[in-house]
Design a protein around this ligand. Sequence first.
Ligand code: HAM
Length: 446
Amino acid sequence: MHPLFICLIPLTSKGGLSIVFNFAWVNMSKIKALKGFKDLIPGESEHWEVVADMVRDTFKAFGFSPIRTPILERTTLFTRSIGETTDIVEKEMYTFDDWDKKPVTLRPEGTASVVRAFLEHRHLMPLLPVKLYYQGPMFRHERPQAGRLRQFHQVGAEILGDIDPKQDIELLSLLTHFFDRIGLQDLTLEINSLGCTVCRPPYRKALQQYFKTSLENLCKDCNRRFHHNPLRILDCKKETCKTITKNAPSSSAHLCEACELHFKSVRQGLDDLKIPYQHTKHLVRGLDYYTKTAFEMTTQNLGAQNAVAAGGRYDGLVEALGGPSTPAIGFALGMERLMQLLPEQPHLASNLKLFIAPLGENAYQKLFPILYALRKKNCRSEIGHPGAALKKQMKTADRLQAEYVLIAGDQELSAQKLVLRNMSTKKQTEIGFSNLLDTLFSEIFK
Ligand code: HAM
């Protein structure tokens, strides 16, 4: 809505009319969050915290250490890592000039930043392989829709410094175990091998050979991809392109001996751990740094945005960013998509154990130290306003979904008969003030 001009026309004391223009800009529209950017508010945020806690202890159990990298990085970090001709770099990055006129970008993903940090602090991470995990917001200017935001959150894990397929298995076992632990079902682990610098060029040629005769029927984007990145044609979501792609050659049929052996070992390792997977022969990734193993964790329950997590090897990235040859592998999962799939867990949002309803200032002053003592023991409790009537305080307790309410005014305090009400059974019991804390600990916060 446009700002509103207000024009004031006051009468002068002499009765004449003096026209004074007082322009006040009154902005009539409320400021809202940007399209594709979302607030996380109570009711939902508690669930996020539970998942974040599970991430922490599961990833730590698998030997990963936390890393936090800045949200803003030099633009070249991403153009060089993700690839100049990827959708992310071509049209989705939030890039602007910093005060020194050099372009900076809000990170669209976490891997490039982790590699940069690894190179910057390599001397502090002497033990290879280095195993790191992170959680945080990422930014991509995509068309917002269900499961696709412009600011979204990823949990990622990266293992740097080991080419052995054992690392692929370790990482995939973390990913599958994590989803099992949080109770996500109906997920499919899809894997493929994209080859390396030896076998990728002949595979690209084989793809170009295959698509050459269908260029007229491929979409405009795929026509561009044909020249600089024919693998990406395999990922096109347009129906006509998908039909043409069906019989395209697969990367796994073009692997060199080393890649073939690597892929075989990864599949064998998954079989040994009884981790189910599917070999999807046309699985490719939207970022250019991948080599060898590539994978996605997909679901049928998210509509078009069916990948909850994705990743793969990126054996050449550290070197491409100016470091020594350091093979690596990682994945990232999308928190918003994961949360969408999680079954409702209403108890998480309503775990206020105790609401204290003080009737008057004196009761408040006596009960506030009790509240403080409970909170110091991590017992979730709340107190009402001493000026509010009991009825109003009970309404507040109800709204906060408190399990118990402790009611006390001057009368109850001097009679040593405070009232403890169980909000679900409606049963009320009397408790004394002198041993109040002990009673609360033994009755409620057991
Ligand atoms: P990615 O496939 O671009 O890979 O993203 C990983 C996951 O982030 C996706 O599977 C999806 O769940 C989530 N995601 C991506 N874009 C959006 C969006 N616009 N809105 C909501 N969720 C989204 C990477 O980012 C790589 N860095 C993964 C990796 C780590 N590879 C190696 N190490």
